[in-house]
Structure formats: C-alpha cells, structure tokens
Write a protein that binds this ligand. Structure first.
Ligand code: 13P
Length: 257
C-alpha cells in the first residue's frame, strides 16, 4: 500500500493571525490540486481560528503545535485537545523545543497522543536525539525508547492515524541536516522497526514517518528519494510561500501519484 506523503510546516512562534491568513491566501493557489501529497500548516494557537476560516474548502490542512490531554482545568498557558478539535486535523506533540523548554516528557507525549486519537484527530509525534547522544552512538536506542513510550496504550486500530517525525535535534534550525541516507537508516531501524516490533509488519508498513531538520527545497529530493521517508516536518523553509510550495511539488514528483 502506497503511503501518502505529508509535508507539514511548523511555524513555531512566527506570524500574527493577519500574517498567517495572508500567507495561506497566497499559498493555496500555488499548490496544484491534483498533487497526491498531504499539506499541513501549523500556526500558533492564536491564529488557528482565522486560518481555519480561510482554509475552509482548501486542500491545505491545519495542525496545532501542542495540545493538553485534559479537556479543561487549572493549566495556565495550555490549550486542550478538545478545544483544538474543531479547527485542526493534526496536532504536533513531542517537539524537541517543547521537550527542552516546556518540560514535555515521554509520559506527557503519550497522554497527548491518546487524547488526540480519542478525539478523532491525528498526532504528529516528534522524536529525535541530541548531538551528544548522536556522538555517543545512542541514537537508535534513544529514538526507539521515545517511540515506544509515545505509543503505550494506543490500539492497533488507532495506529493508522499516527504520524511520527524523526527530527535530530542537532539538525533543527542549524542548517546542518542529516544526509538522506542517515535519516533513512534511523527512520527504518529506530522508528519503523520499533512499530513493527510493537504492532506487526502491516501496521508498520502503513505508518507515515517524516524527516525534519533544516529541510529546504535544495535537499528535499534527497529525503523524498528514500523509501522509508514519507514527507517532512519543516520549520524555517515553511515560513516562505515559494519554498513551501516547492517542497510540496518535489514530494509530489519524487513520490509519484
Ligand atoms: P527547521 O526546518 O527550521 O530546521 O526546523 C525543523 C523543525 O523543528 C520542524 O518541526
């Protein structure tokens, strides 16, 4: 079964609601309607409602950058999955910036993943090792542990809605990207094979796995040419309309219909 590639723009803390709406208004006509690629943008919480209204009837889907598992409560600064549900198809969780700056733990990622799936939405679960772990040769064991921890209690039936993004921390926003071959190796052995161990070959083969970390139009083809890489989670380059549209075009061309 062919996996539909998914290109997601993680805008991080960029673009006001007005800027976000202007961006998608400019982007949508540049995306060919027949390209068999899922395209997703993830603005800040503040811009979700206005971008959702702008994207009504558009093939571009919306993601949030986080979501709390409880529906409501005393969690200053947080927005719950159930509050996000009317606006988004996807919710990014486990991003290394949230793990580093907001104390997001593997246990929290798992609670969020379950809440997202239970609400009928799809998690994009980010995993990835630090430079020190990479240099110590711990990448595969660390990424395997992140993947396993994120998926505790998720049923085989729910796995069809799970996307995992492998983002080596040392490649995020640094301009230093993993080679296509290196990313393919980690994605295959640390992500897809972990899912295979947990859920079996069919579910592992059907699951989509993105690469993230300094993805640009200039290196996109190298990633998309890898058999186990099903798209990209993009930071910096997703803030530029031309670059984002180019990334989608490259994925459509290289991955085929
Ligand atoms: P960059 O593409 O800016 O390296 O960011 C990657 C990322 O963190 C996407 O979630």
């Amino acid at each position: 079964m062919a996996r539909t590639p998914i290109i997601a723009g993680n805008w991080k803390m960029n673009k006001t609601p007005d800027e976000a709406v202007a961006f998608v208004r400019e982007l949508t006509p540049k995306l060919r309607p027949h390209a068999n690629v899922e395209r997703v943008v993830a603005p800040t919480f503040l811009a979700l409602a206005s971008v959702a209204a702008e994207l009504k009837d558009s093939p571009v889907k919306l993601a949030a950058q986080d979501g709390h598992w409880d529906a409501s409560g005393a969690y200053t600064s947080q927005v719950s999955v159930s509050m996000l549900r009317p606006y988004v198809d996807y919710i990014i969780i486990g991003h290394s910036e949230c793990r580093a700056y907001l104390n997001e733990t593997d246990a929290n990622v798992n609670l969020k993943a379950k809440a997202i799936l239970d609400s009928g939405r799809k998690p994009i679960i980010a995993v990835g090792e630090s430079l020190a772990q990479n240099e110590a040769g711990e990448t595969v064991s660390f990424v395997r542990s992140q993947v396993s921890a994120a998926l505790v209690g998720i049923s085989p039936a729910q796995m069809g809605d799970v996307v995992i993004a492998y983002e080596p921390i040392w490649a995020i926003g640094t301009g230093k990207s993993a080679s296509g071959e290196l990313a393919e190796g980690i994605i295959k052995t640390a992500v897809r094979e972990t899912v295979e161990d947990l859920y079996g070959g069919d579910i592992a083969k059907a699951m989509r796995i993105q690469y993230g970390g300094s993805v640009k139009p200039g290196n996109m083809e190298e990633y998309m040419a890898q058999p186990n890489i099903d798209g990209a989670l993009v930071g910096g380059a997703s803030l530029d309309v031309e670059d984002f549209a180019a990334l989608v075009e490259i994925a459509a061309r290289v991955k085929g219909p």
